[in-house]
Design a binder for this molecule. Sequence first.
Ligand code: SF4
Ligand code: FES
Length: 369
Amino acid sequence: MADEHPMLKVVIDNITVEVPAGTTILNAARKIGGSVAPPAMCYYSKLQESGGKCRTCLVEVSKGSEKDPRPMPKLVASCRTTVMDGMEVKNITSSKVISARAGVVEMLLANHPLDCPVCDQAGECHLQDLSFAHGQEKTRYEFPRRTFPKVDLGDYIQLHMNRCILCYRCVNTANEVCGSREHGVLDRGDHAQIATFISENLKSEFIGNVIDVCPVGALTDKTFRFKNRVWFTKPVYAHRNCPTCCGEVTLWYRGDDIFRVTARKDEWDEIKDSSTGKKGWICNTCRFEKKKTADWVIEENAHVDRHSVIAQGHYEHQTIPKEALPDVLSGNDPKILMDIHTVSGVNAPGNNLGDINGPAHSTDFHENR
Ligand code: SF4
Ligand code: FES
């Protein structure tokens, strides 16, 4: 009997990989890993409907298959094109792909504000990474960028439509994870925008996941906004016995404070499956309302693979250097020089920045002193 799931051989950037029939070029390249995997701004493997919107994953198919070796005439979206046996694909080895990707980045940035210095996504923004790798030094765009007012999507989520690249990930997440959807893309062309029904908030207990899937800073966590730069925070895996979701999260610490809670991410910056094998989407209660260490069972320092400056923090396997001051101070505790906790209101007991709704102001730090 013929094998129902034959393995197909495909060569990507001169590296051969075998994958089951029906695999996309993007997922075949992810099996090889590293820079052979094309960037993906709209595809999200944990969502059934995603991909085909942003064109950042374009690749060149230099040989269609063993049976029909003709090259494909145009670059193809690797997240939507399945492999054929004997197919040969070029990603980083194709000058056409590199120049097309630069064009796509230029297009995505035509309307995207360059407000990374004040954007909470900075440091873990895929468009920032993509611009760093493929962006031009100058823009040729002469027209005013389109702008929208900021919108509160309920109590916890802020929409900055100016930053949205219309990848549809949030729309698909609401469709597939939340059970109902109260937002979507309205209008078309350069008027297209993410919007809710008039005065309708996003109520699903799982809607916070749209923050995690948004590749840019268009959807941000209002309990974390403007509190800290992500690269100053330390990611730690933790879990709790949650009746609603898998309860497995990443806590982002600064000092002793939990500044934000997110789902755990894999090396492609997508939601990681939980230890039970279920998808790792987390509920709003875990994400927004459990900001005390006592709420969680701490596991270990989180592993951040790529797509983030946080990976440079090397929080894993760290060794704490020996405290040298007691030696030179004849054994005295160095805190006698200055105890920051008595000097700074930011660190005063009761001032948990993670609890403050919205940006923190200096007045927040005087009340408890
Ligand atoms: S808000 Fe974010 S996730 Fe939603 S379409 Fe825009 S960029 Fe994509
Ligand atoms: S990731 Fe393939 S088109 Fe966006």
